[in-house]
Design a protein around this ligand. Structure first.
Ligand code: ADP
Ligand code: ASP
Ligand code: MG
Length: 401
């Protein structure tokens, strides 16, 4: 059996944890399996690298950021291999160049295109544990790229797909995927299973437990994922294709504070305005999420949308340069809160119940958007925790108390 095991930053944060991970991997290896390990940078090292960079230059070039980032993962894989060596088990650490992890060229947000599996297979054939850097890749210019924050999960799933692994396990600092972030909602309950689609929505809407691209890839290549803790042996959460399991009305609540709302007031009410506006934003690679257009009046209309905090000022500049309007307002102190569940498509009243939970807490809704399996609202950022807890309670998602 070939197993891919990924360990996040907390799981390799110090010497003791590194040995803990080494031992878990060795156990799998001694059971006769081929083991590929994917690691993140130790603890909060990636954040420390960002601080170091910003101290030198508050707008560091993205290429150089990726060059810097790669040392974090390179450090953990080398140390892990040293630990395994000390424990008497043959292992080898490989970075993105050595594996040949080909990505698109966008620094800071690259996508994996192709992985050469030959080197890894050769090392496995020699009965070594292969330890690969997460998060990083190489582009067509032979430069390092990174996959976006939290991207090591995606490295693991991509490797599992490329190597046709029998198992892909994501080890982290919580016991699995919960009905809400267990650090925000103390009563959150661990899910036994969740579908790719639900997990993809949750991850995209702010549940940081998995990188959303990893779920997208897992679905595409049918890689069954398990999320579990590196610190105990509890059963984790299985993420797989929809089966006959009962569809949960609501399987989880997610929050994303990294949202900003841009409101453009008094645009001309004529054809092509929305096209011109959003086309200009797309050309600048600004991802727009929720969109709201008001009913036209006196020949004008308003368009509001959300994007990431980071892109909001650029979005404003682009619109000011291109469009005619009365005023524009950027609000970064907003957050998205969402409920996700495959069962809601056949149940009326789910959205109303969510709104009622917010009404009970006297929390105002600024924008709303829905899909077949989710409802998202935009609220004032300071109310996020209260909103998530209230919604979680309203749908009775928690442990029995
Ligand atoms: P790693 O370094 O292992 O990749 P992350 O910090 O990226 O770990 O992801 C794990 C964290 O995700 C948890 O500590 C938890 O606070 C957070 N989280 C957010 N939403 C959820 C959820 N629905 N279920 C479990 N964890 C969640
Ligand atoms: N070290 C990277 C980060 O902190 C990648 C990861 O942890 O998955 O974002
Ligand atoms: Mg992570």
């Amino acid at each position: 059996m070939l197993v891919v095991k990924k360990f996040g930053g907390t799981s390799v944060a110090n010497k003791e944890r590194i040995y803990n991970v080494a031992n878990r991997c060795i156990e799998e290896y001694k059971a006769g399996n081929d083991v590929v390990v994917v690691l993140s940078a130790m603890g909060k090292y990636t954040d420390e690298l960002i601080d170091m960079a910003k101290d030198i230059n508050d707008h560091p070039p993205k290429r150089e950021m990726d060059m810097l980032f790669t040392i974090g993962e390179q450090m953990s894989v080398a140390l892990m291999s040293m630990a395994m060596n000390k424990l008497g088990v043959p292992s080898v650490s490989l970075n993105a160049f050595q594996v040949a992890m080909h990505t698109t060229s966008v620094y800071g947000n690259a996508r994996i295109k192709r992985i050469d599996s030959e080197r890894i297979r050769n090392e496995l054939e020699q009965r070594k544990i292969v330890i690969v850097t997460g998060f990083q890749g190489v582009n067509k210019y032979d430069d390092y790229t990174t996959l976006g924050r939290g991207g090591s999960d995606t490295t693991a799933v991509a490797l599992a797909a490329a190597l046709h692994a029998d198992k892909c396990e994501i080890y982290t600092d919580v016991d699995g995927v919960y009905t809400a972030d267990p650090r925000v909602v103390p009563t959150a309950r661990k899910l036994k299973v969740i579908t790719y689609d639900e997990m993809l929505e949750l991850a995209t809407l702010g549940a940081g437990v998995l990188h959303n691209r990893s779920v997208e890839l897992a679905k595409k290549y049918n890689v069954q994922l398990v999320v579990r803790s590196s610190l105990n042996t509890h059963e984790g959460t299985i993420i797989k294709e929809d089966t006959k399991m009962e569809k949960m009305l609501v399987s989880g609540v997610a929050a994303d504070p990294d949202a900003a709302r841009v409101a453009v007031i008094g645009l001309k009410d004529e054809p092509g305005v929305a096209f011109k506006l959003f086309n200009a934003l797309a050309k600048k690679n600004i991802n727009v999420d929720m969109i709201l257009q008001s009913v036209g009046r006196h020949g004008t209309k308003d368009i509001s949308f959300t994007c990431s905090d980071e892109d909001a000022d650029l979005a404003k500049d682009v619109i000011e340069e291109l469009m005619e309007f009365e005023s524009i307002d950027v609000d970064k102190k907003v957050a998205k809160v969402s409920i996700v569940g495959a069962g809601m498509q056949s149940n009326a009243g789910v959205a109303a119940k969510m709104f009622e939970a917010l009404f009970d807490e006297n929390i105002n809704i600024r924008m709303i958007s829905t899909s077949e399996i989710r409802v998202t609202v935009l609220i004032n950022e300071k109310n996020t925790e209260r909103a998530v807890n209230a919604i979680h309670d309203k749908f009775d998602l928690g442990e029995d108390r």
